[in-house]
Design a protein around this ligand. Sequence first.
Ligand SMILES: Cc1cc2nc3c(=O)[nH]c(=O)nc-3n(C[C@H](O)[C@H](O)[C@H](O)COP(=O)(O)OP(=O)(O)OC[C@H]3O[C@@H](n4cnc5c(N)ncnc54)[C@H](O)[C@@H]3O)c2cc1C
Length: 457
Amino acid sequence: MWRRRQRPAGPAPQVIVVGAGFAGLAAVQELGRAGADVLLIDRNVYSTFQPLLYQVATGGLNAGDVSYPARAFTRRHHARFRLGEVTGVDPAAREVTLADGSRFGYDYVILATGVSAAYYGVTGAAEHSLGLYTRRDAVELRNHIMARLERLDIAGPGREISFTVVGGGATGVELAGALAELRSTALDAAFPEVDLASVHIRLVEQGPALLLPFEPPLREYARAELAARGVAVRLGETITEVRSDRVVLASGEELPSDVTIWAAGVTVPAAVAGWDLPQGPGGRILAAPDLRVRGQQRIFAAGDLVLPGEQPLPQLAQPALQTGRHAARQAARLAAGQVAEPFRYHDKGIMATIGRRSAVVELPHRIRVRGTLAWLAWLGLHLITLLGHRNRLSALLNLSWRYLTWGHGGGVIVGDDPLPFLTDTPVPMGRAVGAGPAAGPVTAGRGGPAGRQRSLR
Ligand SMILES: Cc1cc2nc3c(=O)[nH]c(=O)nc-3n(C[C@H](O)[C@H](O)[C@H](O)COP(=O)(O)OP(=O)(O)OC[C@H]3O[C@@H](n4cnc5c(N)ncnc54)[C@H](O)[C@@H]3O)c2cc1C
């Protein structure tokens, strides 16, 4: 339990926090302690726990398991919440503008909007691939995966489908591993007529290895584990085009792909890019060492969005929490007439999971763990850090169902079919075996393996 600190003498500073992710919530909590008058704004009424989104996408968890009501959080931390999409920040007027035209004044603002997919100009990538950054993305992806399996079931023997994951960072590796797990454990119960061999999963990475932030033995372990689970891993391959039914490689080779998932890189949301704030590599907002946006006295940036001083922080939960807290403390210091202090990142390690009983963990002091122990550590940490007791319990139940019943518990959490209705549509029912380009594994995306690694919270 935290205790509320003494309010500073005089009126409480008005602080607006934009974004209810890891960074935004950490800022709200810290500002509540400092006695500030805090308004949290997000375009959703909930905060999303991104690290378990791929379980939602593969039917292992419900969308509600990984989201937490923003108002429940603000009420607990003496703050207010407003639903809305921030479209502008006006430093001269000290106002934040929402898409509905509302304006809110501030003494300090903390921008923590996170990031979205970067397509690097790859033809068709934005139109024909699915992302995995929001709860909506995860539900949409799950519905597409299930709909394709449904059609394969209807089409009967002799047909096949392919999933392509683009990008060999932690998100791509975890998603490919989860798809392999879906095939090996849940498919049998959910789609007993479907031949497992007709479902192909590929991971394409343009770099020379998966999980680049990890040490070489752990990268190789991840590759071997995916291969052992039937994921076709293609390293050193660049995708130049995505179409509705295939991906095209730089070599000219075409790989069939019924569902293409883009996990190859991130950039700041388009709206933020228009706010006339200084941007660095990956579009991230450049900040001074104290996390104030360069050239601004009252605007802070935190989380995935910020690039502070010369520190290229990984875009992970732990830096987001730490920068969110730091920005909040500095706003409180400035309001109290004190000088802002520089941010220092405390590295707690990184981790990524490949699937049941398989994960990699790198801790400070050269501690390296892989296999079952690493997987249990990954699982425990994610369940502990999930917001809300109910979410923890339901996630524990649903994941136990998946891992302990090993597919005999009903298979998957189903959703709605996003494809045209089955009876009046010529939607392809999977390809005939041998039709189209060879169904070999995959290829690489930009920024892939270096894109994300997992930190310990
Ligand atoms: C699939 C996936 C798996 C991941 N797994 C891990 C992991 O295992 N370990 C790890 O450490 N990290 C992981 N990460 C990274 C981690 O989730 C991010 O680093 C972290 O969420 C960043 O926090 P943030 O607060 O900066 O942004 P976010 O958590 O993205 O929150 C941003 C918030 O801002 C809101 N917002 C955006 N724009 C606007 C706007 N204009 N107006 C109002 N609101 C807005 C959004 O709705 C959102 O709620 C993963 C990421 C993904 C996508």
